[in-house]
Structures are given as structure tokens and as C-alpha cells.
Write a protein that binds this ligand. Structure first.
Ligand code: S3P
Length: 191
């Protein structure tokens, strides 16, 4: 059983949903899964939910319906997930670019930007070929262009954590620590 579908994790210690944002390769899914365990919470991956709702992969969705339709579906799915009990929610890299989604997250969750530099991101995304936006002649240049466009918007997230090269556990520990500080300081105790 994955943490995504674990019914036993409905009693999370999180006061509100933690929404991981950041570029492809930032580590949202890997960090999110581990964080969910630490908070005894569910882990939900918005991309997986979109795939489930659509009955096809993200790549196929882009092929069949295009990016605009994907973005509309992404907004709907994230708005729905934010109304569920608190969880750790990983979002696709483009999700936070939607003003509606940013407002939904402000109202119902806490956004955490996993910030990484281009070399680290590219090393990670180069291992996979299932990201439709990077199927270009020069995926590194594409990633850099997307990064320049998105980083000023990601900077609006409530918290920012650097995601460096090296063991993912170090990033997880930094996010965990920052969340504990945030929740105990700003939102009341986490049990
Ligand atoms: C996208 C990122 C992907 C996925 C889709 C579009 C983006 O998710 O949602 O391919 O616009 O950056 P990951 O960030 O999890 O790779």
C-alpha cells in the first residue's frame, strides 16, 4: 500500500496541507513521500491524481489535449485536493504559475518552494524522458528558460528551502525543521 492511498493516515499531525512547489527535478515527490512519513500524514501527488482522473499519463494528456487543457485540469484537481484533510501535496512544476491555484493554496494550505539550481535540476530530469515540456532539441536551455520565467513566481511561496545535490534526506530534514518551526510559531503546536 502506498502512502497516497493509505486510509490509516487520515489523522495527520499537520494543521494544514503542505504544498510542495518547484521546478521539475526539485525533488517534490521524493521529499514529499518522506515528509509525509515524518508527519504521519498522507502523501498525495497532484500529477498522479490528474493521471487517474484522465485515465492516461501526463505525456499522453499533453499529446491528446494540449497544455492549456492540462492546466485547466491541474487547477481543478488541486482545488479539490486542497479541500481534503491535511496532507503533503506535491504539485507539478507549472501548477503554482496559476493565479487561481496560488490563491487556493493561500486559502487552504502552506506553500513550500524546493529551490534548486539549474545543474542539479538538469542532472535529475535527464534521467527520465516523460516530461513533455522538455522534449525539445535543447532540454537544458528549455529548462533554463522555464526557470527564469517561474522563479520570481515561486518566490511568492510561504517558505523556501534549498534542494542541493546530495542525499535527499538532508533536504527532507531542512523542510521538516522549517515546518515544525513554522507550525509551532505561527499555527499552534504540531503533536
Ligand atoms: C510540468 C511538470 C511536471 C508535469 C507536467 C508539466 C511543468 O511535473 O506536471 O509535465 O510545467 O513544469 P513535475 O514537476 O513533477 O515533473
Amino acid at each position: 500500500m502506498t502512502s497516497q492511498d493509505s486510509a490509516s493516515k487520515s489523522q495527520s499531525t499537520l494543521p494544514k496541507t503542505v504544498v510542495l512547489v518547484g521546478l521539475m527535478g526539485a525533488g517534490k515527490t521524493s521529499v514529499g513521500r518522506r515528509l509525509a512519513e515524518m508527519f504521519d500524514s498522507r502523501f498525495v501527488d497532484a500529477d498522479k491524481e490528474i493521471e487517474q482522473a484522465a485515465g492516461c499519463s501526463i505525456a499522453d494528456f499533453f499529446d491528446r489535449f494540449g497544455e492549456e487543457e492540462f492546466r485547466r485540469g491541474e487547477e481543478r484537481v488541486i482545488a479539490r485536493l486542497l479541500r481534503d484533510p491535511p496532507c503533503i501535496l506535491a504539485t507539478g512544476g507549472g501548477a503554482f504559475m496559476s493565479g487561481d491555484t496560488r490563491r487556493e493554496i493561500k486559502d487552504h494550505g502552506l506553500s513550500v518552494w524546493l529551490k534548486a539550481d539549474l545543474d542539479v535540476l538538469f542532472e535529475r530530469v535527464a534521467r527520465r524522458s516523460d516530461r513533455p515540456l522538455l522534449l525539445t532539441e535543447n532540454p537544458r536551455a528549455t529548462l533554463e528558460a522555464i526557470m527564469e520565467q517561474r522563479y520570481p513566481v515561486y518566490a511568492e511561496a510561504d517558505l523556501t528551502i534549498d534542494s542541493y545535490r546530495g542525499p535527499i534526506e538532508q533536504t527532507v530534514d531542512r523542510v521538516h525543521q522549517k515546518l515544525l518551526e513554522y507550525f509551532t510559531g505561527a499555527e499552534g503546536a504540531v503533536s
